[in-house]
Design a protein around this ligand. Structure first.
Ligand SMILES: [Fe+2]
Length: 169
C-alpha cells in the first residue's frame, strides 16, 4: 500500500518583503516570486543555537539543490531575504557564493571591510571560506543566491555578530 505524501503548505511572505518587492526599483521577477506558492522558512544550514537564534527574520526557498524544488547535487540556487532591522553575523563555508539583490536594501560585510549597502541589481560575491555578514535597516531585502563548488554544509561555521557591532550603531 502506498500513501501519498502531502506537500508542505505554502506560506505568504511577510509584508515588509512584499512592500520592497512592489517598488519601482525591484527586479520584475519579484511580481512572480510574490505570487508563487513557495514554502518560505528560515534556512536550516546549521544546528548551532546562535545560528538558530539569528534566523527567525530570514525567508528562504531552495529552488535548485540537494533539498531544492528541483534536485541538484552540484549547485544551490534559491531565494533569500531578511526582514528590516535584522542582523545575521559572520559566517564561513566552502561554497563560493553570490547574492544578487532583487529588491530592497541590505548591508554586506566581507572579511574585515566595513559594511557596504547594496540595492536591487547589485551583487555580493563571497569566495570560498571568506567571512561575510549581513544586516538590514529600515528596509527588508529579497535576493537570489548561488552556491557553487563544495556545496556541503557540514563545514559551515557561524561566528555571530561582528565585534564592531558592540561599539557603534
Ligand atoms: Fe554565505
Amino acid at each position: 500500500m502506498t500513501e501519498a505524501v502531502s506537500p508542505p503548505e505554502p506560506t505568504i511572505l511577510a509584508a515588509p518583503f512584499l512592500e520592497v518587492m512592489s517598488r519601482d526599483g525591484a527586479h520584475p521577477v519579484c511580481d512572480l516570486i510574490g505570487e508563487l506558492p513557495f514554502c518560505w522558512a528560515p534556512p536550516q544550514t546549521s544546528s548551532d543555537p546562535l545560528y538558530q537564534e539569528h534566523s527567525h527574520f530570514k525567508a528562504h526557498v531552495e529552488l535548485l539543490g540537494p533539498t531544492g524544488l528541483v534536485t541538484s547535487s552540484r549547485v544551490r540556487i534559491g531565494l533569500y531575504g531578511m526582514l528590516p532591522h535584522s542582523e545575521y553575523g559572520l559566517r564561513t563555508h566552502p561554497a563560493e557564493e553570490t547574492y544578487i539583490m532583487l529588491a530592497g536594501s541590505a548591508f554586506w560585510k566581507l572579511a574585515d571591510a566595513p559594511y557596504q549597502q547594496l540595492f536591487a541589481g547589485q551583487r555580493s560575491h563571497h569566495p570560498s571560506m571568506m567571512p561575510h555578514a549581513t544586516r538590514t535597516r529600515d528596509d527588508a531585502f529579497m535576493s537570489i543566491y548561488i552556491w557553487d563548488g563544495d556545496i556541503a554544509t557540514d563545514q559551515y561555521r557561524y561566528f555571530g555578530l561582528p565585534d564592531e557591532e558592540h561599539s557603534s550603531g
